[in-house]
Design a protein around this ligand. Structure first.
Ligand code: PBG
Length: 335
């Protein structure tokens, strides 16, 4: 204590005084094992295609997907989530293509699993890439709403064809009622009890999905004012509603729960962390990625610093796993 200094007993700044001490008392760490890397796939051979609203993210052909996954796996990324860009002529009212064992995503899964058997391959279970409406399910006869139970029947079948192709984790992102139970039952009866369900439990009706919908071409649904995804995705104003969804997914047999988007929903993640012992995933979605890039392109934010802070915040709030388009960039730097 200096002559004129104060007698202060507790000085928290002592543990912030240099890099070494700060590292020793750091509570949260990001590691490459945290990541699930979302990837887009399209038909065709040859070069991947750029997605304007998602800098550095590509629509891959199956062969460029395999090389991207080989590089990512070598950097320590253990899991990828695949999203198909389905050609318009293969879309219809029922999302029939989702059950075609030879559809794009299933061809990609088979190629990937034979090239990288240890890579955990995750596939979305929802009909939005396959329906002409862009909705996650089939519409009722009047076209006024998504028909929950008819959709659940298709989703259960869809998860079985995905498991047959070699998918390790199915990720229902459709938000239909009762889907986790139906999927678990269908998987088990078809002999796929080893396939895990990562349930999008708290998936909000968010405007942050914009760039993704452009990337996969499912934007039709957001443009219909009479019927948007708000009849199935959660109201961004609600907390308790997501706790109910999570309880149902737990009861129905989910192995991992997910919160989506991540950044604007850290309170949900934090509350779910207190509620369940199951692993929790959070999806840093396309709009979160796009806004960081856009501000960085303007020179308004530091890309790497904001990226790392955003991921750390998601982990700190309670996520064990993070789906992020930044996965490979960060893995490269961590390595
Ligand atoms: C489809 C699905 C969506 C995303 C993941 N799965 C979009 C939607 O619900 O319209 C969004 C992911 C992102 O924005 O990065 N069910």
């Amino acid at each position: 204590m200096g002559e004129k200094g104060h007698m202060i007993l507790r000085r928290p700044r002592r543990l912030r005084q240099n890099k070494a001490v700060r590292a020793l008392v750091q509570e949260t760490h990001i590691s490459v094992e945290d990541f699930i890397y979302p990837l887009f796939i399209m038909e065709g051979e040859g070069d991947p295609e750029a997605i304007p609203s998602m800098p550095d993210v590509k629509r891959h052909t199956i062969s460029s997907l395999v090389s991207e996954c080989e590089e990512s796996f070598a950097l320590g990324i253990r899991a990828v989530a695949l999203f198909p860009v389905v050609p318009v002529e293969r879309k219809d009212d029922r999302g029939t293509e989702a059950l075609n064992p030879d559809c794009l995503i299933l061809r990609a899964v088979r190629r990937l699993k034979s090239a990288l058997p240890e890579l955990v391959v995750v596939a979305d279970v929802a009909l939005d890439p396959y329906t002409s409406s862009g909705h996650d399910g089939v519409l009722n006869e009047q076209g006024t709403d998504v028909d929950n139970d008819a959709t659940v029947d298709i989703l259960a079948k869809m998860s079985v064809v995905q498991a047959e192709a070699g998918v390790d984790w199915v990720a229902p992102s459709d938000m239909m009622d009762g889907r986790v139970k139906a999927i678990r039952k269908a998987l088990d009866s078809a002999g796929h009890s080893h396939v895990s369900i990562m349930a999008y439990s708290a998936k909000y009706a968010s405007a942050f999905y914009g760039p993704f919908r452009e990337a996969v071409g499912s934007q039709q649904a957001s443009g219909q004012s009479y019927l948007d995804k708000k009849t199935y995705q959660l109201n961004p104003a609600n907390i308790r509603e997501s706790m109910i969804e999570a309880s149902l997914d737990i009861e129905e047999g989910a192995d991992i729960l997910m919160v989506k988007p991540a950044g604007a929903y850290l309170d949900i993640l934090c509350r779910l962390r207190e509620k369940t012992k199951l692993p929790l995933a959070a999806y840093q979605v396309s709009g979160e990625y796009a806004q960081i890039h856009a501000a960085a392109q303007q020179g308004w934010l530091d890309l790497q610093a904001v990226r790392d802070e955003s991921l750390l915040a998601i982990k700190r709030a309670g996520a064990d796993l993070i789906l992020t388009y930044f996965a490979k960039d960060v893995a490269r730097e961590l390595g």
